[in-house]
Design a protein around this ligand. Sequence first.
Ligand SMILES: Cc1cc2nc3c(=O)[nH]c(=O)nc-3n(C[C@H](O)[C@H](O)[C@H](O)COP(=O)(O)OP(=O)(O)OC[C@H]3O[C@@H](n4cnc5c(N)ncnc54)[C@H](O)[C@@H]3O)c2cc1C
Length: 465
Amino acid sequence: MTASTSIILSIGQKIGSHKVLVGEALMTRYEHIWKMDRPLTAMAVILPETTKDVSHILACCHDHNQPISIQGGLTNLVGGTETNDKEIVVSLEKMNLIEEVDKEGRNMTVQAGTILADIHLQAQANEMTFPLNFGAKGSAQIGGIISTNAGGLRVVKYGMTRQLILGLEAVLADGTIVSSMKKIIKDNSGYDLKQLFIGSEGTLGIVTRAVLKLVEAPRSRSSVMVAIESYSQVIQLLKHMDGGLAGRLSGFELMWNNFYTRATTAPAQVRPPLPQSFPYYVLIESLGSDYATDSLRLEELTEQAFTEGIIADAAFAESEQEMEWFWRIREDVHACVSQFQNDQHFDISIPIPLIGALLENMTKQILELPEVTGLVTFGHVADGNIHIIVGKQNTDHVLTTKINAIVYNPLESIGGSISAEHGIGLHKKAYLHLSRSDAELALMKTMKVAMDPKGILNPGRIFDL
Ligand SMILES: Cc1cc2nc3c(=O)[nH]c(=O)nc-3n(C[C@H](O)[C@H](O)[C@H](O)COP(=O)(O)OP(=O)(O)OC[C@H]3O[C@@H](n4cnc5c(N)ncnc54)[C@H](O)[C@@H]3O)c2cc1C
């Protein structure tokens, strides 16, 4: 019997062999939702059903120095779930129970494999909301979301995942269960250990359960799309709206002309609510408690911005259907870039005042490369988070590296980040030093070695030891 067969057998004996998939059974598994046609390469896939199962799996792998790759909903955009035939995959998909909704305490207790859309439905059924929202909500699991500290569309009002987790349970590399499933908001009794697992991309432990913070469901939603002539006016508008809406600003999404025009021109199926001739468009959302007063306030502020010359044009969403129409333009990124091939994606953070000039410079340099076929720029500008998608004639490594250099190199001197929300995974680790100092990297590695001394959890993700 080989060493690998013996590990798989002992895990099966401990947790039940029906939870262990090997051989032919792996042919239907995959490593990413966009690669379902390619069978997974791995030694085995294990499907734990309880925290104790996870603990047994890790204790066994730890004893045998066995590397593990952790799978959530497989929607990450950084190669975090790419595997090889030396790794055992642990998938949390069977741990998808919503254990409790505490209406008075305003929280929900879930297992790590619970899908975000199911959490939304359960919160809604209890007249509350879990405000984290993004395009992959139908597949992404809360364990993966926690491990990547996902952001999305309403960070300006509610914060990132980190701000929305009250309690957490995780299993360390040696099988130790660290359970901190408290429902309280404030807890300064020593280190906030749950934060170690949030955003560490499965390199420090496997998240098994969490207590999520819920908020009262907003009773009104209003949106306006505006057109703007210059980036300095975008910043003026952000201040004007944030101040004027007094806590109700929940979305401030910037689209450059290159994005807006593609998103509203065939084959994209959405019409443009405003002419396609302006350099910038901002889609603004306000969430509040009374539609009549909230929408009136948004209209007043927009009119004022027009009178003061901050915006050049505006279109209000007058109905639910119009709201859907406007938001589809921003959210359906796939429709916008479906004509691109070999696309390269960026998710960077830049201090807000510097975004306009920096993006102009980057765009110019990228479009000068002859093998580049197009580019779109858009993002959560109130969070300083910009996305760039570049279409290319090929996947040539030299070209990819040139584009990476254009986007990433300027970030170091201005205190930006190579990843605002998607993480590092396998794809961005060569550039991590541009976002983090030597001392920060050394401390990260010290923590990794302390918590996973044999380096078995998601090896090679974020950095190499
Ligand atoms: C269409 C689309 C839109 C997106 N939009 C956004 C957006 O607006 N904002 C944003 O922040 N992100 C966005 N993302 C990416 C986002 O990071 C992921 O969607 C999500 O957070 C990952 O969850 P997942 O369950 O799919 O995790 P996976 O992709 O399965 O895993 C992500 C990482 O976490 C690890 N992991 C998974 N589960 C666990 C666990 N239980 N314990 C420990 N480690 C674990 C994995 O090993 C991997 O390293 C988008 C992705 C897509 C495809």
